[in-house]
Ligand binder design. Structure first.
Ligand SMILES: [Zn+2]
Length: 395
């Protein structure tokens, strides 16, 4: 256990079924005029969530303007456009309503509404210029309608720049939501496949934060619980999306995993997935992570078994009496079972149009754009190692 750490988690989280109604009364609303950021699919309108949120804001004394252009792998041009809309309408906070892509976009818009230049001027990694957003950011409110990214409880925002094939996670103290409302009732209508993808994303956040060499006791505790909850409840929610108990447990697991991402960090599994979906945007994030996962985590476990036995136990595997190496590999057994149970066993890189000849370029991209996470990975991986992991996942 690492007893040398920093702990900062400034987001106020209102969690529970029916909690959305508190948007209408909470004294913690950070402004009087919201830019509400939603996806381009129209789902938030169709399900009536946008109307409810607008009315609740109104009864709490806040007006709102809607920006509805966000795509599943959110694009930098929409961040910059959303920021212009926020400035033109004098919005004093940004509210992200929807999945991870809309809440991430809300965070990035909140920064660009206050700072000059281009969004990429402020990013580290890839062709980002690493400038400091000196003028701060508008306060952020997050209302997730999926259980997966954990963005409601962390500072991270992942945005794609298509002309350079860069998909980069970025954030800091400015991009923590001021207020997050996590209401599992908003997640009941997520289709089975998206439930599986988002649930697996939360699962890998937990696993990676547990393995990261910046792990710390609070995130360890939350990560292991999130893994136990996801193993048990994700297969149930994939089969029966209306099961409110499973949805609630998964919403909590996702939020726990988000807190883990604030206190510890994801590792290079995420860098490698971002490279994949930067080049092949039709790959959903959770699908990309799942397709790489068995190859990636066995590569790690074979070289450094540290901490893997704890993960195997959290997956419900019986490991007493096994050798240390077999205890570590039992996590891979549990992972394969979970992938099968949530219906993602048949996913293959080749089915998304990825060719063997692309793999080297993906390995290089993962270091170029999100090389920092390789430094937090418990073994030292080179570009050659990353290429070998993509090869294993492809086979
Ligand atoms: Zn993720």
């Amino acid at each position: 256990m690492n007893l040398n750490f920093s702990l900062y988690m400034p987001t106020r989280i209102l969690f529970g079924c029916g909690k959305l109604t508190e948007l209408g009364t909470t004294p913690f609303l950070p402004g009087k005029k919201a830019l509400i950021v939603i996806g381009a699919s129209g789902a938030m309108r169709k399900q009536g969530y946008l109307k409810r949120v607008t009315q609740l804001l109104k009864s709490n004394g806040a007006s709102s303007v809607v920006f509805d252009k966000i795509q599943p792998n959110p694009l930098v041009e929409h961040v910059e456009e959303g920021a212009k809309v926020a400035r033109a309408n004098k919005c004093d906070f940004v509210l992200g309503l929807g999945g991870g892509s809309t809440i991430d976009s809300a965070k990035s818009i909140a920064v660009m509404a206050k700072n000059p230049g281009k969004y990429w001027d402020y990013l580290w990694g890839g062709s980002g210029k690493g400038k400091t957003p000196a003028k701060g950011a508008l306060p952020i409110v997050a209302i997730p309608t999926t259980a997966g990214t954990g963005t409601e409880a962390d500072p991270w925002t992942v945005i794609t720049k298509t002309d350079t094939n860069e998909k980069i996670g970025w954030g800091g103290p400015l991009t923590f939501p001021r207020l997050s409302i996590v209401d599992p009732e908003l997640m009941l209508s997520v289709p089975p496949k998206q439930t599986a993808y988002t649930g697996m994303d939360a699962f890998f956040h937990s696993v990676e934060c547990y393995l990261a060499n910046v792990n710390q006791p609070t995130s360890d505790h939350l990560a292991l619980e999130a893994i136990r909850l996801i193993r048990k409840h994700l297969p149930i929610a994939v089969k029966d999306g209306r099961n409110i108990e499973a949805r609630t447990k998964l919403a909590w697991a996702s939020t726990e995993a988000g807190i883990c991402e604030s206190l510890s960090c994801c590792i290079s599994h995420h860098s490698m997935e971002h490279a994949l979906s930067a080049h092949f945007p039709e790959v959903p994030h959770g699908a990309g992570l799942t397709m790489l996962s068995v190859a990636y985590f066995s590569y790690l476990a074979e070289r450094n078994s540290n901490r893997f036995p704890d993960l195997a136990r959290a997956m419900g595997e019986k490991i007493d009496g096994l050798s240390r190496k077999d205890q570590a590999m039992a996590f891979i057994t549990g992972l394969k079972k979970l992938i099968r149970k949530v219906g993602l066993k048949e996913q293959r890189l080749s089915r998304f149009g990825i060719q063997r000849g692309d793999l080297r370029k993906l390995a290089e991209n993962s270091f170029h754009t999100m090389g920092k996470l390789f430094e937090l990975t418990p073994i030292r991986l080179t570009v050659e190692d990353a290429a070998a992991i993509y090869e294993r996942a492809y086979a």
